[in-house]
Design a binder for this molecule. Sequence first.
Ligand code: NAD
Length: 247
Amino acid sequence: MLKGKVAVVTGGTRGIGYAIVKKYLENGAKVILFGSKAESVEKALASLKAENPAWEAEGAHPNLTDAKEVKAAIVAVKEKYGRIDILVNNAGISDSTKIDAYDAETFHQVMQLNVNAIFHAILPVSKIMKEQGGGCIINTSSMVSISGQPSGVAYPTSKFAVNGMTLSLARELGPYNIRVNAVAPGITKTDMVAALPGKIIDPMIAAIPLRRIGEPEDVANAFLFLASDMASYVTGEVLSVDGAMRS
Ligand code: NAD
């Protein structure tokens, strides 16, 4: 579904991002994954190579909160591959601090990675996509971007901002044949969620209409659809992949 496409995936070293990277490689894309550290990038690349030596994957670790570093990493991809067809802004941090325990720095850190970092990547990529005549950008939102959450106000605030950026840029970049969408996962079985004890996870599962936690692959499938030509007329959409747990 993505044969010959060049994709950049931030936060691609583990969890949902790693599942997206794998799904894109399985579907014929060349993938450049961005991670936070050289070691985690190397580990992810080694595990991908072990699965299929023919997959074309490489990695980088720009500090996503630094606009200059992100621009340099994006320009390097464009210089090497000649184009960027797909940008997935997936790196993100969660937060559950109660309001009385908050300080400005904690709030700022969440917004820096979950919102500003996306903007840092979209700035150079949208220019490249305009020049090449189109492309597609997909941001990772969350089900809490619809309902909020009872603590950690920075996290839902950041994901509401992701939806706002997605809808606005879909309008601004649509005339350049650039589609901009988001995926809003529910509780997804990444390492952190998988480690939770039954007494915490069981009530969560009971509250999900589909009665199970999402797998990273459930979410990656939505990223595949939105990146593919199957979604050629889909833009400005925030696609929930949460077993209907939002609300
Ligand atoms: P994870 O913690 O397993 O992975 C996060 C990724 O972001 C990693 O690859 C990590 O390297 C990268 N990252 C973290 N801090 C970074 C930094 N400072 N600089 C660069 N990269 C950094 O998380 P995940 O659960 O796979 O989450 C991925 C995305 O999905 C996030 O945007 C998260 O908000 C969203 N999400 C997750 C869930 C869930 O239940 N897991 C639910 C809804 C939304």
